[in-house]
Each structure stands twice: as C-alpha cells, then as structure tokens.
Design a protein around this ligand. Sequence first.
Ligand code: UGA
Length: 434
Amino acid sequence: MKIAVIGTGYVGLVTGTCLAETGNNVICVDIIEEKVNKMKAGQLPIYEPGLDVLFHRNIAQNRLSFTTNLADAIKDAEIIFMALPTPPGGDGAADLSYILGAAKDISKLITDYKVIVNKSTVPVGTADKVAAVFAENTSVEVDVVSNPEFLREGVAVDDFMKPDRVVIGTRSERARKLMGELYAPYVRQGNPIYYMDERSSELTKYAANSFLATKITFMNEIANLCEIVGADVDAVRKGIGSDDRIGKRFLFPGIGYGGSCFPKDVQALEKAAVEHNYDFKILKAVMDVNEKQKTILFDKLQAYYKGDLKGKKFALWGLAFKPETDDIREAPALYIINELLNAGAEVVAFDPEAMGNVKVLLGDKIKYASTQYEALEGADALLIATEWSLFRNPDFEKMESILKNKVIFDGRNLFDLQKMIDLGYYYNSIGRKI
Ligand code: UGA
C-alpha cells in the first residue's frame, strides 16, 4: 500500500519505518527541513534499539523516503497517518492545533478518497473534529480513523512489529477493510485487532496509559508503606504479581513515572473528565502521589544529611526517564538534580545515552562523567535514577575504592539487599529495609 506519515517524531518515525518493513511504500513528511535532510542522508534523529537496521534497509530498498512537501507525500497515498504532537495546553488539556491544522492542509490538497488516521494520543471526540475540518474544506470523501499507538520507548520496534493488540476505531466498512489489510502482517501470531467506534478507540489509549500509571503509583504507595511498617516491597510485589488478575508487570516501585506519555495523558484524561463534569478522583490522587514520589530520593538525602547538603558531591547514575532511551522528558533525575543544585550540592552524572540531551538543557550546571565509575570520584554518595542494565552488576570493590563513602541511594532497587549489607554499604532503596 501507499502510505503517508505526517510528523517524524518518535511515533511517526517508528510507525513509518515499521510500515515500510512489511513492503508498503511510505513517505514521511516533516516541516523541519534540517531534520528531513538528515533523514534523507540516512541519519536517525532518535535513539531507539533496532530502529536503525529497519530504517537503513527500507531507505536502501526505496520503500521509505522523506520530504517537507505535504502535497507530494499525500498525492498517491491511500492511507495518511497523522503522528503529530498533542502537548498539554495552558489548562493541561491536549492542544489539538497541530492535528487540526494538518487536517486543514490535507483537506485542501486531496482529490480522491483517503483514510486519515489519528495516530497521536487525542481526546475523545477528536476524530469527529478532524472529520468536520474535512467536511468544511472539501467534497472529496475521507474516513477519519482512530488508531492509537501502544509503543514503549526502548522496545517500540518490537511493540509495532508484534503488538499485543491493534485498536482501530472506525464505523466505516471501507476504512476498516483497508486498515485490517495494512495490519494483517503484524498480527500473524494471532494477536487481535479490535475494531470499535472512534470514541471508544480514543478513550482506550488514555485508559491504558492512565491505568498503568495508576498501577505504578499504587505500588509506589505500597513501597512507602513498606518502609514505614518494616516490610519488603520486593516480596509484596512478587506475592501479588503472581495472581493473574494483577499480573507481574508494571509493579516496580521507583521515583515516580516520567516520560512523554504517562504524565501528559493522566493529566489530559483528568481534564477531559472535568470538561464533562466528571470528577475523576483516582487520577487526581495518582498525579498528587506521583509528584510526591519524585521527591522521595531527595527527601531521603535530606534526612540522612540532616538537611545539610551544601557542598556535598553526588554521583548520579541515570538521567533518561527509563533505560534504553535518550529521552529526558519528565525524567525524575531532572527533578533530583534541580533540588540538589538548589540545596548547594554538586552533581556528577553519567548516562549511557541521555547526557547529550541533558547538556542542552542544563549546560555546565552539573558535571558529566565519561564512565559510571568516573562519576564516583570524590563523591559523598551514589544516587541511582535509571535502571540501565549497565548499572545492575557493577564492580563494587572498584566503587568502594573511588567513592568517598560507601553510601548508595537507589531509586530503582537495582541491588540485592543482603548483598549490600554483606558488602558493608549503607544502601537506601525504595520500599525495602535500610
Ligand atoms: C508508555 C506506555 O507503556 C506505552 O504503551 C504507550 O504507547 C506510551 O506510553 C505512549 O503513550 O506513547 P513509555 O512512556 O515509553 O510507554 O514508557 P513505560 O515503559 O511505560 O514507562 C513509563 C514510566 O513508568 C517510566 O518513568 C518508568 O520508569 C515507569 N515505570 C514503569 C515504573 O516506575 N514502574 C514500572 O513497573 C513500570
């Protein structure tokens, strides 16, 4: 099939590349000329494991191309994906101006039937709004479909190529057939495609992310309670996760969820509920608890150093909001850095992928180490904010010889508690005994 993808951000680029991989002809459009030129020259603008191989292969085989010219991209396309940003507006509700603007531009260019797909996370009712833009500007027939993405950064290629499910929101038979054909190669193992109306599909995406954010937040609260009552959250996590109804995944406590999706989507769903005069109490609590959870590591430091952090030097392992990404949007590490700098402490950070992005944001407010061990030089303590595999099995003897004190504050529970006790470390983690 001939496909156009509007927007080459994280979702658009993964979607376009993975759609080309099954033999479709995909043209990706972006308004940023410099980015498009780089992609034309074979340079990937994001770090995502496995994406580079597919990206280069499909460019080489002429199935994947890039342009800034919307008219060229959509001329022959049967399906047009919109993967555009929906940032929180001033009131926290999703800002639809990019999507509605693109819909208007497309509507003025098309001359034959198109399926218009909303890939972005958009509030309930957006498909109707997009359809209205087309109705206003053209008499050419279109179907507007909601097709939310469930890609996790770090494993997005796998999530696209072998999805747990595909959700397609449309009441049009014609669009349903085309979308079903497009996704058929991705669900060969038997995973389902769920067809539903546009509004249910739009809400499915928000409900999924908000439910997962709630699950994590619940565990963060259980972890906090564990510390107070002297229980071990790892044991509790295993104890409940083995019940199929609860499930083992997304039960890991930490220093709050971050990233470009959960914080934005929970907030947007809560705002949408307010607009419909519904008081979504759980979501308000989730947001409150998550804000508080982001302070946990800093609060623990304050307590340990009795409020005196001035002049202390901290090594920080991990800047990205989670492993296998260079994304630092809403990363808990940034919160901790900010608090430490305000308290007059010094931070030396190491992250395998995200240091470039942090340098752009923070410049020389903190120091950057070239290895995880270099970050420890002269440090009063080590703080861990991201669970990169690299950090899971470090050389503790080497660490001991470099660190000023054997003190670790671990926001991701990377190490075995007993091992740390045996090694003689002061080891403060989340929801476990000190
Ligand atoms: C999330 C969803 O998992 C995807 O399904 C969805 O498509 C995507 O948002 C999106 O809307 O685009 P992502 O933000 O990439 O994906 O990352 P996750 O792996 O879901 O992690 C989100 C946050 O939760 C991270 O800060 C992570 O550290 C935290 N988390 C996750 C925990 O604190 N504990 C856990 O057990 C799991």
